[in-house]
Write a protein that binds this ligand. Structure first.
Ligand code: AMP
Length: 544
């Protein structure tokens, strides 16, 4: 039957057009890599994005071409997001913290035509330049007088480039299912894999994320996304803030406590977004200078689990509610959000904090289920563990130019996380499925054990892995780094854990180490630890 609704495409350029028309005075404030603070409006950003689109067209960038960025959160990066995707090309954001071989791999895999780079990230490219010959030119995000001497070939100054072009540009219209942005995830094994977002997935994700129960963005908001624009599009905030005309405060490369606090205070920021380690640094700095965050109402925390101490500290010292959220690169990234509800408002604080430790409920658009190894759905009792599967309109159904579809069977994405689900649909992430310890048919959360152990005053960092065991298949082994002068022993640690976890969860052994390996994104590299220690208990038994 014919429908009577207009079939207008959901395009990223539509977000910018909307902001230019309805929120032209909304401010975007950036700490530039050069060190100073830059201020302008969404209206001006829209004009400069059009100048850039004209420039890129002249440079030969065509529909579907990949154009890369190696850059911090600033106004120029924002302009590139909209210009490149808006003209029908693909914004490919590169994480500068990846290992050099990974950066080489993804530039070549994506076949990036041009690469925008921040001044202080130039050395990364200079070291790789001979291995990325596909790139036609490097556009340095700087004023003319700040252009550095560089060994890179075909270097263009961003400001010099765009000043030559007019802002007379009509964003083209095309199918909303056109590719718009590309971001590679860095797993612990193999090469990074590309997740390609479309215009439709990006706009729908933005629509969902602004709502009150999700991130609650509006034209009243002043938002500081510390989560980088090279990590899942800063959780989609540049798009969402443009939809709502929210003031955007961009931290540039300054993610230390002092730099963040300065911006939060001067720009009256009410919403912060970032990973726990960033907030730990900020909270420590605020303690040192004895200051509180007076304007902040909400802090969105994701990427890894928000600890109880952080939830409490934000609430009790800074009167800010911590919105715990979960997602992943493959999910644009928002999957579940734990925002304040009417029921939570009435709970005693300690009960509410316990609930806030969960990663929240799926936002509209995202469906979740947990299954066991035989793919049987597990009960929603808040206790049963299962592999967390998701589906939805902003969730990938495969990786960019990649054959392996094993994570995407039956129309669901296997997130690689293990979780519980409760009656209210709250998800709690228990572990990564590769890391959960399968002991005699039962599952033990390595993360819970690590969190419990690291509270020991003499331990700095802990890593729990499942290692081979003749009777139980796997048993937990705890590797721990001691405080410098501590003389804590294995028995002390086990005793410390006894009243914190179930008896059968207690590690079979504790090994003290001087350091633990990490991935480029700061997560423990458990695969390397497992390689080294997988036979630890077998060997110990053989000796005894
Ligand atoms: P990435 O794709 O790099 O953003 O990493 C996604 C992964 O980070 C997820 O699959 C989880 O394992 C982890 N993660 C994200 N948010 C949380 C959270 N709130 N709590 C625990 N783990 C999280």
């Amino acid at each position: 039957m014919a429908t009577n609704m207009m079939d207008r495409p959901l395009l990223i350029s539509g977000l910018l057009n909307h902001a230019q028309n309805s929120h032209p005075e909304t401010e975007i404030i950036s700490r530039r890599v050069e060190g100073d603070i830059h201020r302008y409006t969404m209206g001006e950003a829209g004009q400069r994005a059009k100048q850039l689109a004209n420039a890129l067209k002249d440079l030969g960038v065509e529909h579907g071409d990949r154009v890369a960025t190696l850059a911090w959160n600033t106004y120029r990066h924002y302009e590139i997001y909209f210009a490149v995707s808006g003209m029908g090309a693909i914004t490919h954001t590169i994480n500068p913290r990846l290992f050099p071989e990974q950066i080489i791999y993804i530039i070549n895999h994506a076949q990036d035509q041009y690469l925008f780079v921040d001044l202080n990230l130039l050395p990364i490219l200079e070291a790789l330049k001979d291995k990325i010959s596909v790139v036609k030119g490097f556009i340095v995000l700087a004023d003319k007088d700040k252009m550095p001497a560089t060994s890179l070939p075909n270097v263009i100054c961003y400001e010099e480039l765009i000043e030559q072009y007019s802002d007379d540009f009509q964003w083209p219209e095309f199918d909303e299912n056109t590719n718009a942005a590309l971001c590679y995830t860095s797993g612990t094994t193999g090469n990074p894999k590309g997740v390609m977002y479309t215009h439709r997935s990006t706009v729908l994700h933005a629509f969902s994320s602004i709502s009150n129960d999700v991130l609650g963005l509006s034209s009243e908001s002043s938002i500081l996304p510390v989560v980088p624009m090279f990590h899942v599009n800063a959780w989609g905030i540049p798009y969402a803030a443009t939809l709502t005309g929210s003031k955007l405060v961009m931290p540039g490369a300054g993610m230390d406590g002092e730099s963040l606090y300065e911006l939060i205070k001067s720009e009256e920021v009410d919403l912060l977004l970032g990973v726990p380690t960033v907030w730990l640094n900020l909270l420590n700095y605020l303690d040192e200078i004895n200051a509180t965050l007076d304007s902040v109402e909400n802090v969105v925390v994701g990427g890894s689990a928000a600890p109880l101490s952080m939830i409490k500290k934000f609430q009790e010292t800074h009167n800010a509610f911590l919105i715990h959220a979960w997602g992943m690169t493959e999910m644009s990234p928002i999957g579940t959000v734990n925002n304040l509800t009417r029921a939570m408002k009435k709970m005693p604080l300690d009960e509410r904090y316990q609930l806030q430790l969960k990663q929240g409920r799926p936002v509209f658009g995202v469906e979740v289920k947990i299954v066991d190894d035989a793919n049987n759905e597990q009960p929603k009792d808040g206790k049963s563990f299962g592999r967390l599967l998701v589906r939805g309109p902003w969730i990938a159904n495969g990786y960019y130019l990649h054959q392996d579809k094993s994570a995407f069977e039956g129309g669901w994405l296997d997130t690689g996380d293990v979780a519980t689900l409760d009656k209210q649909n709250y998800v709690q992430i228990v572990d990564r499925s590769k890391d959960v310890i399968k002991s005699g048919g039962e599952w033990i959360s390595s993360i819970d054990l690590e969190n419990a152990a690291v509270n020991h005053p003499d331990l700095v960092e802990c890593c729990v892995i499942g290692v081979r065991h003749p009777k139980w298949d796997e048993r937990p082994l705890l590797l721990a780094i001691k405080n410098k002068d501590a003389n804590v022993e294995e028995d002390d640690v086990i005793k410390f854990l006894e009243d914190k976890v179930a008896k059968w969860w207690l590690p079979d052994a504790v090994v003290f180490v001087d350091e633990l390996p990490h991935t480029a994104t700061g997560k423990l590299l458990k695969i390397a630890v497992r390689d080294k220690y997988q036979n630890y208990l077998m060997e110990a038994q053989a000796v005894n």
